[in-house]
Ligand binder design. Structure first.
Ligand code: B12
Ligand code: SF4
Length: 449
């Protein structure tokens, strides 16, 4: 029996630059859960082409919302060729009835706990439509198979996940719906073994908040120290209040952390369940974290109901004032399965049901205090200014400012700057993609879902 695992492309008309890649961990996990007598081929379409001349008994496709159209297209192709197709990942999980139109089975939620049963059912020709094992115990399953390679890239960063679930329920986020609100950790010895077996020296710890559970996080960081790795991850700003954790985090090889600052607007910040409540607090935090040798990489979202057009220049000033050398600059996106999606849908504010546009870089809803075009243009303006070649040159001193200087951090964040610079050519602030008839009813077309 043979199995094809695919991580689909987002845009059919272009490929990601091959400079930087974080392989999809879901593919490594699925491979590890697959019985050893099955022949596995894995393809990450961002870096590799699918060889359509080969036939497969079973095809597993992973999908987020932005890649759902391509996932469905591939699923349709393989089903026509006689393969059985299974869809999984966050989008099929939140919209299983949509996904099953294109698949023989849909895995809702995590693969651990049900992929083995699914394979058995497949062999007996008794595949069911839906499989779901809520909140599996992460320490009961084999380590991800790291020998599954998905294309050559210049700078590979290996993904590791130690914790799933989030106790919060932010309106725009899918994580709590997907992984549940109970926090589940992997055993630290198995995380260490995983990293050792992977042979990786540059890691992305993909947890939503790697410092969210101080007792576990400190033990994890202590265990990482002897491995001599460098890593990046995501954290909340409350890290700045725990000096012991900050020191351990740096000692364990952390070179930079992504922080969901989300907004420089006091009213937008006040509406979120965030640990930081004022922008002044954020400015103080940046200094403390950088002073401990960890790069501060903020993530901003534009388009909250409290945002006005001044948010764009205010964000640029904030980044300049704080000498920020790299940042995620995103448009608010109502992903299906979130409370935000539900609210915008009820308010008739969704303007397209083309999932490939649900990517953080495209306006897919009617904002409150500006037009969709103004939001798209404001976002483009911030990205263009922040990632212009002259700004990138200005970012270099800040990239090397964090002491001790770390070449991995400089290279990673410099590539991130260049990647964002080049991604500008794919942004379309004119919203010309939106068909005229969809624009007409004051952007009130509601997506089905
Ligand atoms: C790390 C991360 C990234 C990294 C790395 C992604 C990568 N290459 O792996 C980067 C920064 C590059 C990134 C990019 C993007 N991301 Co991201 N990312 C994450 C994060 C934090 C972890 C993802 C992860 O790898 N988890 C670990 C793996 C093992 O989990 P998993 O993929 O869900 O797989 C499990 C199950 O879903 C299931 N499963 C998955 N696929 C399949 C397939 C089959 C056949 C089966 C049976 C089961 C199955 O089994 C797996 C094991 O249990 C999540 C948030 C989260 N906590 O999930 C957001 C998240 C997935 N990202 C999100 C988004 C929007 C994006 C982008 C579109 C943003 C952008 N504009 O660039 C891109 C899309 C890239 C892509 N093609 O996937 C959203 C998705 C929301 C949605 N509904 O689509 C999330 C949920 C964040 C959020 N707050 O909402 N992301
Ligand atoms: S944004 Fe962060 S804190 Fe909020 S629900 Fe998502 S993962 Fe949890």
């Amino acid at each position: 029996m043979n199995l094809l695992l695919i991580s689909p492309r987002h845009h059919l008309d272009r490929k990601m630059p091959k400079s930087f890649k974080i392989p999809q961990l879901a593919i490594n996990i699925l491979a590890s859960l697959t019985p050893s007598d099955i022949d596995i081929t894995a393809v990450d379409e961002e870096t590799q082409n699918i060889d359509f001349s080969k036939k497969y008994d079973l095809v597993g496709i992973t999908s987020v919302t932005a890649t759902a159209n391509r996932a469905y297209q591939l699923a349709d192709i393989y089903r026509k060729r006689g393969s059985k197709v299974v869809l999984g990942g966050i989008h099929p999980t939140v919209l299983p009835q949509e996904a099953i139109q294109h698949a023989d089975a849909v895995v809702i939620g995590e693969a651990e706990g049900c992929w083995g049963n699914l394979i058995e059912d497949f062999r007996k020709e008794k595949l069911q439509s839906f499989y779901h094992t809520p909140e599996p115990n992460l320490s009961e399953y084999p380590l991800p198979r790291r020998d599954i390679h998905v294309g050559k890239v210049l700078y590979k960063c290996t993904g590791v996940m130690t914790t799933r679930g989030c106790p919060f329920d932010c309106e725009f986020c899918s994580v709590a719906t997907f992984y549940g609100r109970k926090v589940r950790h992997r055993d630290i010895p198995s995380v260490v073994e995983d990293i050792k077996q992977s042979g990786a020296k540059s890691l992305f710890i993909m947890d939503d908040n790697v410092t969210g559970h101080p007792e576990y996080s400190k033990k994890l960081f202590e265990a990482l120290i002897p491995l001599n790795v460098t890593w990046i991850g995501q954290s909340s700003v409350s890290l700045s209040k725990d000096k012991e954790m900050l020191k351990l985090c740096r000692k364990s090889g952390c070179i930079a952390l992504f922080f969901g600052v989300e907004s420089v607007s006091p009213s937008s910040l006040a509406g979120m369940k965030k640990s930081q409540k004022s922008i002044e607090e954020n400015e103080e935090t940046i200094k403390i974290i950088q002073d401990h040798g960890i790069g501060f990489h903020p993530s901003f979202i534009f388009g909250f109901d409290t945002d006005t057009k001044s948010v764009f220049d205010d964000t640029l000033s904030f980044m300049e004032r704080n000498k920020i050398p790299s940042a995620h600059l995103n448009i608010l996106t109502p992903y299906p399965g979130t409370r935000l999606y539900q609210r915008f849908r009820e308010q008739g504010r969704l303007i397209t049901d083309d999932w490939s546009r649900y990517d953080h870089g495209t306006v897919v809803f009617q904002p409150k205090n500006m037009t969709p075009q103004e939001l798209a243009e404001g976002h483009y303006h911030v990205k263009k200014e922040f990632y212009s070649f002259s700004s990138i040159l200005k970012h270099i001193p800040s990239l090397v400012k964090v002491s001790p200087i770390n070449l991995d951090r400089v290279l990673y964040l410099f590539l991130f700057n260049l990647g964002n610079r080049f991604s500008l050519k794919h942004l379309d602030p004119s919203l010309s993609w939106l068909k005229d008839e969809e624009m007409e009813p004051a952007m009130s077309v509601v997506a089905g879902g």
